[in-house]
Design a protein around this ligand. Structure first.
Ligand SMILES: O=C(O)C(=O)C[C@@H](O)CO
Ligand SMILES: [Mg+2]
Length: 390
């Protein structure tokens, strides 16, 4: 089997969006004096879809959500020529070819995300060629079903947050993630508001539901050190990305400081990046996203590393490219799940672009043993809501 064509298209949402409220989620821009559009660091309103075709008529589908037009340019100009004419089953060689030939300017960020998209498409192809779901090519089924946590609860009116938390309970979720709205520049009042929001959600969900807390890199080390002891009484399952992804020593210091596990990794790349996090005991939960970290080839290696370090892997975002990894390893006990919703920050866009992502039932998803590949296809339903860049 030989790769005959690589087609990268950007799907840019032009339909209705729900404008997020001020302070709906702390993020890295918050520490600047002119933070301007504070959503700048996480508005995912475009997605790159990659289709890799072979001479026997199969099409593998990959995707990447970071800097989609740049990812497309990297695929078109650099990566596609490296895989054309090759056998997708030579995935390790092709990964190394893409990684090594872009090493001077790639390694992390959008170049690795672009490599991830092609790699995911190669695994989809291997599944389709063998008639097996991707998880059966990795480690097979390690759990009857995958427990999921509901991930939204942006900071808004506390009554609304409580009603949202109650909805997740009613849907059968036993764990959920909420976002902080305030950080170092918001002073003691912001600190109090952060604590009030955790208290409000805890009040509704009670002590026996796992609650994850997301900072999205909107704090700094000093602020995180002051917040952690105040958060202990709420017994969060983890505190996520309190500081910038590059501050690995900061993560390690915080992780030593309290009993609250520190999580991170959705902005880290390849097994080299994760070896550093693990060696320094910087995170107690690993959260790579397969469509950034280096694709399924890299994520599978990180799962093996995490297993020997005894650190659970709970990938960012859920979605099919992550679910197959979670199903196939004991290192990964659970998945994130973004509830289907009108387009807001853009995490939801996956459901508007693809068909096939499973919907949780009572807080669990399952993967179909009989669907070859990733089990995704392009949806025709919302095509008129996208500007498609060929
Ligand atoms: O789900 C997460 O962990 C994220 O960081 C998503 C991001 O969009 C902020 O909510
Ligand atoms: Mg996160």
């Amino acid at each position: 089997m030989k790769i005959t064509n690589v087609r990268a298209r950007v799907f840019e949402w032009k339909g209705h969006t729900v404008p997020p409220q001020p302070h709906f989620c702390s993020n890295a821009m918050d520490l600047l004096w002119d933070k301007g559009d504070s959503m700048g660091t996480f508005r995912f309103h475009g997605w790159t879809v990659v289709e890799v075709e072979t001479d026997d008529g199969l099409v593998g589908i990959g995707n990447v959500a970071l800097a989609p037009r740049i990812a497309k340019a990297i695929i078109d100009q650099y990566l596609a020529p490296l895989v054309l004419g090759h056998d997708p089953f030579d995935y390790e060689y092709l990964w190394q070819r893409m990684y090594r030939s872009t090493h001077a300017w790639g390694r992390k960020g959008v170049a690795m995300a672009a490599i991830s998209a092609i790699d995911i498409a190669l695994w989809d192809l291997m599944g389709k060629a063998t008639g097996r779901p991707v998880f059966k090519l990795l480690g097979g089924r390690t759990k009857e079903k995958i427990p999921c946590y509901a991930s939204k609860l942006y900071r808004t009116d506390l009554g609304e947050m409580q009603a949202e938390a109650q909805r997740y309970l009613d849907q059968g979720f036993t764990s959920m993630k909420m976002r902080f709205g305030y950080g170092p520049k918001d002073g003691p009042e912001g600190m109090r508001k952060n604590l009030d929001s955790v208290a409000a959600v805890r009040e509704v969900i009670g002590p026996d539901v796992d609650l994850m807390l997301e900072c999205y890199m909107g704090w700094n080390l000093e602020y995180a050190k002051r917040m952690l002891p105040k958060l202990e009484k709420f017994e969060p399952r983890w505190l996520e990305e309190p500081v910038l992804a590059d501050d690995i020593d900061g993560y390690a210091e915080l992780n030593r400081l309290t009993a609250i596990p520190i999580s991170g990794g959705e902005h880290e790349f390849t097994s080299h990046g994760f070896r550093q996090l693990l060696d320094k005991r910087a995170v107690s939960v690993i959260q790579y996203d397969t469509n950034r970290v280096g694709g399924i080839t890299a994520a599978h290696k990180i799962n093996a590393l995490a297993e020997v370090y005894g650190v659970p892997v709970i990938p960012h975002a859920g979605q099919m490219h992550n679910y197959h990894l979670t199903m196939s390893t004991l290192a990964s006990p659970m998945s994130e799940y973004f509830p289907v919703h009108e387009v807001e920050v853009g995490n939801e866009l996956f459901y508007y672009i693809f068909e096939g992502d499973p919907t949780p039932e009572n807080g669990f998803i399952d993967l179909d043993e009989h669907k070859p590949g990733l089990g995704l296809s392009l949806s025709q339903r919302y095509l008129d809501q996208f500007n498609i860049v060929e």
